[in-house]
Design a protein around this ligand. Structure first.
Ligand code: GAP
Length: 434
């Protein structure tokens, strides 16, 4: 894990939040490469969960919602953790998560408060004067914006049950247990889908369908499938709204833990919002000529945990010679921040630089391409290996003086082949489409 954290910082995937000021616990910032990786994972998710299903549409709900939403959804009542506080060092901890609940896990003293319930939602105020302001909560899940808009979407589109509404966006939780890097953070991104079905339909069939989609997505983004487990969560450990939950757990370097969740939320949320708002949220089924409150299947995926699982799955250390180890991120081309890197063999030879720039500009129209003319070729290869770039293209003297071809080097096999410049576009179309 330390090696991955260090690579992330060194190469610009992820930095500690507020690094300049010594950091802020459990917050992180994504650097230039992290942003690309994250965008790629989100785009593939959107394609797989939204675009490829004609009965799934998107939504971009606001982070600020009426506090009534959280009252109705049960979060204000249930989204709480039992905590003890140390009277000596003021650390707060969950008694059920430590070896000895009667001793402070930070300072070791036994001067503790009784167990108290601690709200996991962040509170803020809307309005300029705090005393008169409205208390608002930062959303702990994106899902509620979907439930609150379910009727709007039905009324404004041609969707009929079964149909889904999907959303990606930030969620916030005042987490107490310290996280493992980007595994558990205060602010994170979710990719959620609420799939509305008839209460009389076979919910298990839809549950299985979305479970398969989640597995396929894991495979597509390059998660090591041998380290991925579907775990049936027992009733007493499920969220308050769930009748069945399958967690996808991944064997992270720090242990096996939850990557994503899939829940059968029944009509819990729509029923609560119907009661609380007084609006009729029933669906009229034109075929059966009856009204009902739909039930919901919810695949919920954390984007940051996906980034972490992908990085852990891709990280390799290979012995290339007796005294050299190469670090390589074997990212799938679809998720890699850069697909190709282009180099002139020497940076002070103008004709090499000119030709390499032409190739860079051409390829860059279609792909994310990295330009590098620093140091020597060996160092450039190692750098690209570390950031997971699948192919490197080098322009050398033969290119300009002899064969109008370049050397293409494969990240994983380290094999090199000569490819004519005029064939490069076709070559990469084939390679990167695989
Ligand atoms: N709407 C359902 C829901 O929010 P959840 O299991 O509480 O369910 C879904 O969260 C996913 O969000 C998790 O499986 C995980 O991937 C991600 N997630 C939850 N809390 C997180 C945190 N503090 N930091 C990073 N990701 C988190």
């Amino acid at each position: 894990m330390e090696k991955i954290v260090s690579l992330c910082k060194r190469r610009g995937f992820v930095y500690a939040g507020s690094d300049l000021y010594g950091g802020l616990a459990n917050t992180y910032d994504y650097g230039p490469l992290g942003v690309e990786l994250k965008n790629n994972l989100r785009t593939i998710w959107w394609k797989k969960f939204v675009r490829e299903n004609k009965n799934v549409v998107g939504l971009d709900g606001g982070i600020f919602m009426s506090p009534k939403v959280w009252e109705a959804s049960g979060h204000l009542k249930n989204f709480k953790d039992p905590l003890k506080e140390c009277k000596e060092c003021h650390a707060r901890f969950r008694p059920d998560k430590v070896d000895d609940p009667n001793v402070c896990p930070i300072c070791g003293k036994k001067n503790l408060t009784e167990e108290k319930l601690f709200l996991g939602m962040f509170r803020t105020f809307i309005g300029p004067v705090e005393e008169e302001a409205l208390t608002a909560y930062l959303r702990p899940e994106t899902a509620q914006a979907i439930f609150v808009n379910y009727k709007n979407v039905l009324d404004s589109t041609n969707q009929k049950i079964p149909f889904g509404i999907a959303q990606t966006g930030k969620a916030f939780r005042n987490e107490i247990t310290t996280g493992n890097f980007i595994f558990r953070t205060l602010e994170f991104e979710q990719m959620e889908l609420e799939y509305f079905i008839s209460p009389d339909s076979d919910w298990q069939k839809d549950f299985d369908f979305w479970q398969k989609n989640m597995r396929d997505y894991a495979d597509e983004i390059g998660i090591n499938m041998k380290k991925l487990y579907a775990v049936d969560i027992p009733k007493d450990e499920r969220a308050h709204y769930s009748q069945k939950t399958i967690d996808f757990e991944y064997e992270f370097p720090f242990g096996q833990d939850e990557l994503w969740g899939l829940a059968y939320r029944t009509d819990y949320d729509l029923k609560k919002h119907q009661e609380s708002s007084g609006e009729d949220l029933q669906y009229f089924d034109p075929q059966a000529q009856e009204k009902y409150l739909p039930h919901v299947i919810e695949p919920s995926l954390g984007l940051d945990r996906s980034v972490l699982a992908v990085l852990c799955s891709a990280y390799r250390e290979e012995e290339v010679s007796k005294d050299e180890i190469r670090v390589v991120l074997q990212l799938k081309p679809e998720v890699a921040p850069y697909k190709i890197a282009v180099f002139p063999l020497l940076k002070n030879k103008e004709k090499l630089v000119k030709k390499a720039k032409e190739i860079y500009q051409d390829l860059n129209k279609q792909y994310m391409v990295f330009w590098d003319d620093r140091g020597n070729i060996g160092k450039r290869y190692r750098y690209q290996d570390e950031i997971g770039t699948p192919y490197c293209v080098t322009v050398d003297f033969e290119t300009v003086e002899k064969d109008q071809a370049v050397t293409v080097r494969d990240r994983d096999t380290m094999e090199q082949e000569r490819v004519k410049i005029k064939d490069l576009e076709k070559y990469f179309d084939e390679k990167l489409a695989q």
